[in-house]
Design a protein around this ligand. Structure first.
Ligand SMILES: NC(=O)c1ccc[n+]([C@@H]2O[C@H](COP(=O)([O-])OP(=O)(O)OC[C@H]3O[C@@H](n4cnc5c(N)ncnc54)[C@H](OP(=O)(O)O)[C@@H]3O)[C@@H](O)[C@H]2O)c1
Length: 433
């Protein structure tokens, strides 16, 4: 090991791990010019030692035992890139040994970050995680550093490339949900089991990480109100277009008094807004800060090299802070008394799109309007088309003015018991941005 180089141990040499090794080998001038930035890869743990690798690695450095990486006295910085279940043990183990950690593991941080940040601080070790949210977009560093002088008021994200790809193609009229999901799986944009993505849970975990930084919000990924895109139909997209909106899976966090709204759900956004025009597998985050106003971060939210770029930027940050004699930055992730709770979703207010199939009989609209009025929900517009008559049923679309989530849910329960309403009522929330 070169004297002066920092000893690196990598756990996981898959898509991202291989990208990191490649970037370290082909370090661009911007990295080479930095005085203290020199890395020496000492050990790499993988699951299967016999697997062929697409980067050249000295076989003597490979192990199938991640603990050997943690215990190697030459390893000062552990880079966890597995996404595997025991990642918690490995990250904890590295921090307990006083070693710095860089990880891309959003699930780990969204659910157990609090305890790991506290441990890192106690041990004087660093824990950085830029790649865990929005791949190559440096949103975490921007929130922690560039925007530190701002009180963040709200944050809107398209944080999941798979769902954005599916919705983009549905919006272009290229097929229905199931068909496009199969295409996405065939080209590797969706996992064989796409549940984490399409249910919104992946975006919810990323939102929890961002909200901790932007709002000091103590909520975990499981605390985020979450609805996926599985039920979105082409007709919802057509109605959205008629109303001047586009449907996106949005991750939203907003300051709300002494708490923070955190939610992920399909949302109708104005067709001329920036986020409505983030297409395919791209990610974007719009941050509204007290001093800077609106800022939008846009780019590739996943993929080998964008994600590796974020990992290596964290590795450089670890080395430079050490060289400067600065303590770890992780201290600001420990919230203490400043922690804000998650606002109950029932109290959230917004506009709603409601779509239902009703019997083509006089008085049905009036009945539904009475139920909404009883919950103090006022109607902004109604769409009902005679030519869509299908077996005596007509689609009825209602757009409300701003209303409370709990009132809307009560109204939906009441509407569901109206005899003339057939099947479930589709609800899509609307965000004016
Ligand atoms: N891929 C992306 O675009 C992306 C984007 C953002 C964040 N991330 C995150 O980055 C992390 C890595 O993702 P990836 O796509 O690179 O995953 P991947 O291609 O599946 O690679 C996982 C690596 O971990 C190793 N591994 C798994 N279980 C192990 C065990 N028990 N012991 C030792 N090694 C083990 C695997 O070994 P073998 O090679 O021997 O199987 C493989 O090298 C995940 O946390 C993921 O959420 C990925």
């Amino acid at each position: 090991m070169d004297s002066g180089a920092i000893g690196v141990g990598i756990i996981g040499l898959g898509t991202v791990g291989s990208g990191v090794v490649r970037l370290l080998e082909d370090a661009p001038t911007s990295m080479r010019r930095r005085e203290h930035v020199e890395f020496s890869i000492e050990r790499i743990a993988v699951r299967d030692l016999s697997k062929e690798r697409d980067v050249e690695i000295d076989p003597a450095k490979l192990t199938d035992d991640p603990t050997a990486v943690l215990d190697d006295p030459n390893v000062q910085l552990v880079v966890e890139l597995t996404g595997a279940e025991p990642a918690y043990e490995w990250v904890r183990g590295a921090l307990e040994r006083g070693k710095d950690v860089v990880t891309a593991n959003k699930a780990l941080l969204a659910e157990r970050g609090e305890e790991l940040y506290a441990l890192a601080r106690e041990k004087g070790a660093e824990l950085l995680f830029e790649a865990s949210v929005a791949g190559g977009i440096p949103i975490i560093r921007s929130l922690r550093n560039g925007l530190v002088a701002n009180r963040v008021e709200s944050l809107y994200g398209i944080l999941n490339g798979t769902t954005n790809y599916i919705l983009t193609r549905m919006t272009r009229g290229e097929g229905g949900y199931d068909e496009i999901l199969s295409d996405a799986q065939a080209i590797g944009y969706a996992e064989p089991d796409p549940t984490m993505d399409v249910s919104g849970r992946d975006a919810a975990q990323k939102l929890a990480i961002l909200s901790r930084i932007a709002f000091c919000c103590a909520g975990t990924g499981s605390d985020v109100f979450c609805e996926g895109i599985e039920e979105i139909e082409s007709s919802d997209i057509d109605y959205a277009r008629q109303l001047g909106y586009v449907i996106k899976l949005l991750a939203i966090a907003k300051r709300s008094g002494e708490s923070v709204e955190m939610r992920v759900h399909p949302a109708m956004v104005p067709a001329d807004s920036l986020l409505a025009n983030i297409n395919d597998e791209f990610n974007a985050i719009e941050v509204v800060g007290s001093a800077v106003g609106n800022q939008v971060f846009y780019g590739k939210g996943a993929g080998q090299m964008p994600t590796a770029s974020a990992v290596v930027s964290d590795m450089v940050a670890v080395v430079e802070r050490k060289a400067d004699g600065a303590g770890p930055a992780v201290g600001d992730m420990v919230l203490g008394q400043e922690a804000l709770p998650v606002a109950p979703v029932e109290q959230i207010q917004m506009r709603y799109f409601l779509r239902m199939q009703v019997c083509d009989l006089p008085g049905v609209l009036e009945h539904i309007a009475r139920i909404l009025a009883g919950e103090e929900i006022s109607i902004a517009s109604v769409l009902q088309k005679e030519r869509d008559v299908d077996g005596g049923l007509v689609p009825l679309v209602i757009v409300t003015h701003e209303a409370r989530e709990e009132s809307v849910q009560r109204a939906l329960d009441a509407i569901a018991s109206v005899e003339a309403v057939q099947g479930a009522v589709r609800l899509i929330r609307m965000e004016e941005l």
